[in-house]
Write a protein that binds this ligand. Sequence first.
Ligand SMILES: Cc1cc2nc3c(=O)[nH]c(=O)nc-3n(C[C@H](O)[C@H](O)[C@H](O)COP(=O)(O)OP(=O)(O)OC[C@H]3O[C@@H](n4cnc5c(N)ncnc54)[C@H](O)[C@@H]3O)c2cc1C
Length: 406
Amino acid sequence: MLEKFSDVVVLGAGPAGSATALFLARAGYDVVLLDRAAFPRDKPCGEYLTPGAVKMLRDEIGVLPEMLASGARRLDKEAVVPHTACSFSGPTEALACPRVITDRVLLNQARAAGVRVAESFAVRNIFKEGGRICGVQGTGAQGDEQTAYRARVVVGADGTHSLLAREMGVVRPIPRLQRIALVTHYAAAESVSDSSVTMHLPGDSSDACCGVGAPCGPGGTQNVNIVVPITEAKKMAGRRQEYFEERLRRSFPQVWEQVSSQSQVGPLHSIGCFGHHTKRAADDSAVLVGDAATFIHPFTGEGVFFALRGAQLAAEAINLGFQKGDLSRRSLQSYDAARRAELLPRYRLCDAVQHIVHSPAMLEWAAARLRRSVSLTELLLQTIGDRARPADLFTLPNLRLALSTL
Ligand SMILES: Cc1cc2nc3c(=O)[nH]c(=O)nc-3n(C[C@H](O)[C@H](O)[C@H](O)COP(=O)(O)OP(=O)(O)OC[C@H]3O[C@@H](n4cnc5c(N)ncnc54)[C@H](O)[C@@H]3O)c2cc1C
């Protein structure tokens, strides 16, 4: 078996992996980044980037100009349309960008920072010595000779079914967030010129949601996705396309009215949307980043922000560990502490939003209040847009503002 060595090996070159590799390469470490896919590769997603993610892409990673030049579109409005209650909307500074572009641009930026990238390399095993994770092992596209990548730190950024998370034995599934998503694109109608993203909530009180993006990318296509409970899997077996159209027609008639006259571009993807937490995201010489660490409901579209910010927090903890000469679980626990302080309140807020949007009475109540108060809507959008802290929502003046709309 071929053996290769580096300071850090990162498993998975999505936003979490590319960003972690980039931050560590900039800090001077020798980093190897592995992915089983050949890039550019697609990833079923709503393709919405929160204002917080946009700020990181611009200020911390430095790829915003390239993304805009490649077809990312600036968004200025976010709307929630419950098909049973009044809708509400507010301004935003977000972005719509096909994942095939976002992920390629991030990977190229990591490469430019000196990261050694191996595409089409599928990791099959995590290996340990003396109980300590010390590398990964897998094969390239041709299934040729096994290669072992040994490193002082292994980063698991390998998505929701993370091999490293399973090896660490830390995955905690969230039973009520076991869902399936169907994602496709439509050629935008000429009338669709506004730069907004809309989340639709069903008119038939079913437990589903539907996201409609703004036209973006070189083809100017619009992303349309629905997320439904896993119990619907049987109904779509062997007839995904029919199920998707039926579901739009029944639960989201406004969306169906819009897209039924547009042509679908590309296939309909289905993807498991399996919510999970991890007991901890750090181990001896190993950390988990992005969806590998936590995956929650994608309704608020914060996944890429969590991936990028988590990458930055992980890189800071790893850098500190190298400087102290201590990469033990105890030392890397500073990453867990930073995630708890910064990301956990956001996951909780996202969860609270889920409870509200799936309770018709609460949704009607909240929608009416948000329609009446522009500043409250703006603050909420700033918070779930990753620009304001969740704690800011609960300051006295903001609580007074919320109560004043009762
Ligand atoms: C339906 C849906 C809609 C969403 N909408 C949005 C949205 O609008 N905005 C938003 O910000 N987020 C959204 N998300 C969430 C977002 O897609 C994820 O949070 C984000 O992709 C996480 O990035 P990541 O790098 O952790 O994982 P990924 O992007 O999944 O990358 C993981 C990488 O690891 C590689 N990999 C996995 N296993 C191996 C292996 N064994 N060997 C080698 N490589 C491997 C994969 O090939 C992949 O490239 C949505 C998610 C879903 C399901």
